[in-house]
Design a protein around this ligand. Sequence first.
Ligand code: NAD
Length: 494
Amino acid sequence: MAILSKEEVFAAAEAEKLWAGNLIPGHQGEGKRLPNVSPINNKRIGDIEAGTAADIDAAVKAARSSFVSGEWSRLSPGERKAVVLRWAELMEEHAEELAALDCVDAGKPITECLNTDMPATIDTFRWYAEAVDKVFGKISPTGPGALGLIVSEPIGVVGAVLPWNFPAQMYAWKVAPALAAGNSVIVKPAELTSLSAYRMTELAYEAGVPRGALTLVTGLGEEVGKALGLHPDVDVVSFTGSTEVGRLFLKYSAESNLKEIVLECGGKSPQVIFEDAELDGIENHVLAAAFWNMGENCSCGSRLIVHSSIKDAVLERLKAGLGKWKVGLPTDPETQIGPMVEKAHFDKVSSFLEDAKKQGATLVYGGRIHDTLGSGWYVEPTIFDNVKPEHRLFQEEVFGPILAVTTFDTEEEAIALANNSTYGLAASLYTSSLKRAQRVAAAIQAGTVSVNGFSEGDITTPFGGYKQSGFGGRDNGLEAFNQYLQLKTIWYMN
Ligand code: NAD
């Protein structure tokens, strides 16, 4: 398959030639299309196929038939590992192309796509390929009268429903462990960002993944996402997206076959800075947490909870640091802040700017809609001070570049503020005291807590939420296999 440079992808976007559609063996869809509009300049870059419930049904049939045939599910873990490693190699060869597709599709800065997203994506495939032949079963500690074997088996047909904010990486987080474990996987990418998923799936076939074991259905959530959620022959749906749509998947499951639902949903993550924190360089961590990927990040540290005695010093650092962040076209290698993913999302993010002012918060940085970059959906990185827990900006996920600042005076107050959220995905805390770090990390209700920095962990550590940020399993780490494997006890009696 031809390898495209980023310039060739940008030219194909300009010529409106980019395409993503269903990949289902032996099945032709209705051929309906949806225009694919880039947030960079609000221009059409091509089309995606508008999948239907019938396409989902065909994908499920292909997936089940592949699973039952054993063409993938009954390969030895070592054989699956070899294919997935070959796939990773192909993705590495196509890394620039895949990065450029995410750039034009989601408006993500090209440098981030090239240097962060693609290496992490490829690493994820390699890691699960290497891990899958090291998953051992167990023998129960029963007496000599019987032998209890506890083995893990692939569950069957897995639906992977993806968000638009890290298209290639979220594909990897779901598909790599699910497929390596021997399941048949049906991918439903976000309708706003299907391009890299389409290309990665084509590369999977080139690497030797059977076509029924990995299928792709593009199209609208309310059409194909819903059909996948309601399908009686899907065993698991692993969903990453908003808490609102996550709730719908629980309903779909209850109304159909009680399929397993794993939810990785939204967040409103706190960053807590104590008065004894080392302030030198702290802005780099705080700004990365709040503004990386334009704040379109589930673990975005969008609430800064800072001790009142150091608030001014911290804000000065943040303002100086943020002044160096370049807002611009995502195709420019210098850009750190690109556009919001689409007009509707831009409108939602912009509404927080107005509401925060109306509710009495103080604008300390940014606050404008960028109108100098043509017709894309750009919002300036923004900081509001004096945000109260009852404000919309403190409670609701913005998913954009807006940081809310709130002060505290005691550790107890800081913990209460950090936990004052329906979400519990991630948190950061800054302190020079090891004892305080241990105390507060234990008290914060979040799936990942970083101390003196911002991180989601890496591929070796499980990632997922407390409270309404999700449940049912974790992405990343060996723990991700648990979403896609079921336990069987085999009991031998004398
Ligand atoms: P979304 O919920 O709008 O969409 C996610 C997926 O669900 C898409 O594929 C979409 O097509 C599908 N969908 C939409 N409506 C549907 C419906 N009615 N029925 C079935 N499927 C439907 O989310 P998004 O806007 O793409 O992504 C942003 C959200 O994802 C944010 O809330 C963010 O925090 C969350 N997120 C979470 C994580 C995590 O690991 N916890 C990671 C990335 C993003």
